[in-house]
Write a protein that binds this ligand. Structure first.
Ligand code: PLP
Length: 459
C-alpha cells in the first residue's frame, strides 16, 4: 500500500518536558515581559516557534559524534570528516568552518565589500545585509514580482528577477559587483524556494559579466526538496543529486549550520577561488580560530558532518515540508490569512488581513503574537512595523511593507499532535479577532528595537 499518513520518521529516545501554565499566569508573565515575547523566559513557553535556527533536535548519531569529536587544535580528525561531508554536497575546493552563518558573511564581505560595491540577491537576510552595509557597500534585493504578493500562489516565489539582474549589472558596472548571491530558500521572503532553472539563468548572466555566484545555502536541502516536488525533470533525482546540481552553478557559499545541518551551532564558508580562500583563512585566524576548527569545537564539526548526511534523507524532508504545509493548509481552510503557499521552515500569518481594523501604528502583528501566547502559550515573532518600522523627521511611523507574524518550526522537535494543538490555538485567536487590541511602544532601543521594546495595550 501507499500510506496516506506521513509519520515522523524517527522515534523518540530522549524527551524534554514542556511546562504548562494557566492563562492567568501567562497574563502576568506577558505583562512583566512588557508584552514582548522576546523578553519571556523560554521555560514559560509551551510551544516555541520563535525561530528554526539552532533549535533542531540532534539524532543519536549526532550525539555519538559529539563524544567522538577530536579536539586537536590543528588537523583534527573531525575537521576532515566535516570537510568531506560539505564537499560531498557542494564539491567546493575550499571549505572553511565558522561558528555560525554571520561569521562566514563577516569574513567574506570584509574582503570583497567596501564603499562603491554592490551585492545583488533575491532577498538579503538581515545579517547578510548588515555585514554588507557595515563595509559601506550596498545590498540590493532583486526578487521576482510574484514573490512580493503574499496572497498569490506560485511554485518558486523565491526566484531572482533575471532581467532586473542584467539591467542592474549594466547600471552599476560589473567591476563594482564582486559577487551575486542567491538565498535558498528565501528566508526573508517567506521561506519560498528558488528553482533550478532560475539558479541556472542567474549563473548565465553572472558568467556573461564574469561575476561569481554565491549561494546563501542555509536551507539548501529544503530548497532541493521543493525542486524535486515542483520542477519538471527532477522528480526521479535524489535530493542529494539536486543539491549537488544547485551547488554546481555556484562559485561559493555561506551557510548557517543551525538550519539545514541540524545542529545547535556552526556554519561554513566554501568557495573554489584559491586566492580568495587564502584571504578568508587569514582573516579567519584573526576572528574565529585556526582553519581546521574555525570557532567551533571538534565535536561540533562531527555533529555538522552527521547532520548534513541526515538532512538530505527524503523521508525526513517529506515529513519536514509536509508538516509545515499541513499547518498552513489547516489555517487556510479556516480562513486564516497566511503567505501562500506555505514555505519550507515557517508559516507567516498576514496580520494586515487578520486584523484590518488595527492600523500599523498600533502594531497588528504584535497584537497577534501576544494573543497566541495568552491563548495557548505559543511564542511566535512579529515581522512587521515593530521589526522594520522607521520614523520620519516628525517622528511619525513609516510602516514596514508587510505586517507578518512568523511561526518558525524547529526541525524534528514537535510532533503532529503539537501541530494540531497549534491549529486549535491559532483558529481560536482568529475567531476572537474582534476583541484584540492594538499596542503602543513605551520603551525602545535606538537599534534593533524589536528585541527589547516594551509595549502596552491601547484602550
Ligand atoms: C540564519 C541565516 C543567516 C545567518 O546565520 P546565523 O547562523 O544566524 O549567523 C544567514 N542567511 C540566512 C538566509 C539565514 O536564514
Amino acid at each position: 500500500m501507499t500510506p496516506k499518513t506521513i509519520i515522523e520518521p524517527f522515534k523518540i529516545k530522549v524527551v524534554e518536558p514542556i511546562r504548562f501554565t494557566t492563562r492567568d499566569e501567562r497574563e502576568k508573565l506577558l505583562k512583566d515581559a512588557g508584552y514582548n515575547p522576546f523578553m519571556l523566559r523560554a521555560d514559560d513557553v509551551l510551544i516555541d516557534l520563535l525561530t528554526d535556527s539552532g533549535t533542531s533536535a540532534m539524532s543519536a548519531k549526532q550525539w555519538a559524534g559529539i563524544m567522538e569529536g577530536d579536539e586537536s587544535y590543528a588537523g583534527s580528525k573531525s575537521f576532515y570528516r566535516f570537510e568531506a561531508a560539505v564537499n560531498k554536497i557542494t564539491h567546493m575546493k575550499h571549505i572553511i568552518p565558522t561558528h555560525q552563518g554571520r561569521a562566514a558573511e563577516k569574513i567574506l564581505f570584509s574582503i570583497v565589500g567596501g564603499p562603491g560595491k554592490y551585492f545583488p540577491n533575491n532577498t538579503h537576510f538581515d545579517t547578510t545585509r548588515a555585514n554588507i552595509e557595515f563595509t559601506r557597500a550596498e545590498a540590493n534585493d532583486l526578487l521576482v514580482e510574484i514573490g512580493k504578493h503574499p496572497e498569490k500562489r506560485a511554485d518558486f516565489k523565491g526566484n531572482m528577477d533575471v532581467e532586473k539582474l542584467e539591467a542592474f549589472i549594466k547600471e552599476k558596472g560589473a567591476e563594482n559587483i564582486p559577487l551575486c548571491m542567491l538565498t535558498v530558500t528565501n528566508n526573508s521572503g517567506g521561506g519560498q524556494p528558488v528553482s533550478m532553472q532560475n539558479i541556472r539563468e542567474v549563473k548565465e548572466v553572472c558568467n556573461k559579466y564574469n561575476i561569481p555566484l554565491f549561494l546563501d545555502a542555509c536551507r539548501f536541502a529544503e530548497n532541493a526538496y521543493f525542486i524535486k516536488m515542483r520542477e519538471p525533470g527532477y522528480k526521479d533525482k535524489s535530493v542529494l543529486e539536486i543539491a549537488q546540481e544547485m551547488f554546481s552553478y555556484a562559485d561559493g557559499a555561506t551557510m548557517s549550520a543551525k538550519k539545514d545541518a541540524l545542529v545547535n551551532i556552526g556554519g561554513f564558508l566554501a568557495m573554489n577561488d584559491e586566492e580568495l580562500a587564502m584571504k578568508c583563512r587569514n582573516l579567519l585566524i584573526v576572528t574565529e580560530g585556526f582553519p581546521t576548527y574555525g570557532g567551533l569545537a571538534g565535536r561540533d564539526l562531527e555533529a555538522v558532518a552527521q547532520g548534513l548526511e541526515e538532512v538530505v534523507d527524503e523521508h525526513y524532508l517529506q515529513y519536514r515540508i509536509r508538516s509545515v504545509e499541513y499547518l498552513g493548509n489547516k489555517l487556510v481552510d479556516a480562513g486564516v490569512p497566511i503567505i501562500e503557499p506555505p514555505g519550507g521552515h515557517a508559516i507567516y500569518i498576514d496580520a494586515k488581513r487578520f486584523l484590518p481594523d488595527i492600523p500599523p501604528e498600533q502594531y497588528p502583528g504584535q497584537s497577534i503574537v501576544c494573543e497566541l501566547y495568552l491563548e495557548g502559550g505559543v511564542r511566535g515573532v512579529e515581522i512587521g512595523s515593530v521589526m522594520f518600522g522607521k520614523y520620519d523627521e516628525n517622528g511619525k511611523l513609516i510602516p514596514a511593507m508587510m505586517e507578518l507574524v512568523r511561526l518558525a518550526i524547529p526541525r524534528r522537535v514537535y510532533t503532529q499532535s503539537h501541530v494540531d494543538y497549534l491549529v486549535e490555538v491559532i483558529i481560536e485567536v482568529f475567531k476572537n479577532r474582534d476583541k484584540l487590541k492594538g499596542y503602543k511602544i513605551t520603551y525602545e532601543a535606538p537599534m534593533l528595537r524589536h528585541f527589547t521594546a516594551r509595549f502596552e495595550p491601547v484602550n
